[in-house]
Design a protein around this ligand. Structure first.
Ligand code: KG4
Ligand code: ZN
Length: 350
């Protein structure tokens, strides 16, 4: 089954063609340069940019996949969560394509897409990933920090989440204070490589909270106070910035480790083995190593196998769309499909 998938949930206009769980094309003309000078995503700018390039991106995705719209079996589109006025652009285009070419339409949850990014394969069907349900998923990005119990395809329960900032958001806000540009996650990771992660003590929030809920606002505030202090004392230099980045990263990821262990223990009767980690922050190699150190056999850790699959992209929506389509989970009334900016991945339609 070939799917044409569209994601315009935030600042990337992405269109992909997928076949089952394989990518045939995954086009993502980035908007980062448009938002950089504002230090974050500006919804109205994102919408205009989506509108300007969506048609071209659809054509490019079909061309790169060496296929034509008539050979496509279904259209998949992100319905939410995301920015309302950005989501609308993709949904409008998907509806138009479905109606004009008489294709069935699948509405996909964006977080469900991130979750499937971990099992998305290249055009040759690689890598071959072994996993079994139930399993847990961590979605860590600029907008989300959630632990989800996945009992089956289409069966999700949010078992832990941030109560305030998302982990990527904390990286970006701290990065702004250090003038590291936007987004800052990968820059902090690079600078941290030269630093000492024990140089500064930063708080690991909610350590003993008795739940898997998380918080990043305390770490962000403590980090900002430390930067201000270093600035005032004229101690902010290459060495202290690297030390700071390493210490900040460690504190940010230790919280994820603690909460993952908490969930594995809480649901120990389920004998959870597989751990999927997706979202923009899952590109962080230090974080991957830290998880590998903490979760040995019988646990299996799975990360997106291409960097492009960590951040927002439509291939993951196509693969999630495929698993919805084979359960016959199509949109019944295409005309009335609407965006759902706050749609939580807390549902069971398996
Ligand atoms: O999934 P994504 O592209 O967009 C959403 O937020 O939905 O995630 C972007 C986030 C940004 O906050 C960015 O700073 C962070 O992912 N990020 C990283 C790294 N690469 C991207 N954070 C830490 N380390 C990285 N290597
Ligand atoms: Zn995302």
């Amino acid at each position: 089954m070939k799917i044409l998938a569209i994601d315009t949930s935030c600042d990337e206009t992405s269109v992909a063609v997928t076949e089952k769980d394989r990518i045939l094309s995954n086009v993502i003309p980035t908007q980062i340069d448009l938002h950089k000078k504002w230090g974050g995503v500006v919804p109205s700018i994102a919408r205009r940019a989506h509108e300007e390039i969506i048609d071209k991106t659809v054509n490019e995705a079909l061309k790169k996949a060496r296929t034509k719209i008539k050979k496509i079996d279904a259209i998949a589109v992100t319905k939410g969560p995301g920015l309302a006025i950005a989501l609308e652009v993709g949904i409008r285009k998907a509806k138009k394509l479905a109606q004009k070419h008489s294709k069935p339409l699948v509405a996909v949850n964006h977080i469900e897409g991130h979750l499937y990014s971990v099992i998305t394969k290249n055009s040759k069907g690689k890598p071959d990933i072994t996993y079994k349900f139930p399993l847990i998923t961590l979605i860590i990005s600029g907008g989300h920090t959630e632990i989800i119990l996945m009992r089956d395809h289409g069966n999700y329960e949010i078992v832990g989440k941030t109560l305030d900032d998302a982990v990527g958001e904390a990286f970006d806000k701290v990065g702004r204070m250090l003038d590291l540009g936007y987004p800052a996650g990968h820059v902090i990771e690079r600078l941290a490589k030269e630093g000492d992660e024990n140089a500064f003590e930063l708080p690991i929030a909610m350590k003993n909270s008795g739940s898997a809920d998380m918080s990043y606002s305390g770490l962000k505030t403590a980090a900002m106070q430390l930067i201000t202090k270093l600035k005032q004392e004229d101690k902010l230099n290459k060495k202290t910035i690297s030390d700071f980045c390493a210490s900040f990263q460690r504190a940010a990821f230790e919280q994820l480790i603690i909460k993952t262990k908490f969930i594995l223990n809480k649901y120990k009767d389920l004998e959870l083995e597989d751990i999927f980690i997706g979202g923009g922050v899952s590109a962080n190699i230090y974080m991957r190593k830290l998880f590998r150190k903490n979760f040995a056999k019988p646990h299996r850790l799975h990360f997106p196998t291409q960097k492009k699959l960590c951040s927002d992209n439509a291939a993951m929506i196509g693969v999630a769309g495929y698993y919805n389509a084979i359960r016959d989970n199509y949109v019944n009334d295409i005309e009335s499909l609407d965006r759902d900016p706050g749609w939580r991945v807390n549902f069971n339609d398996s």
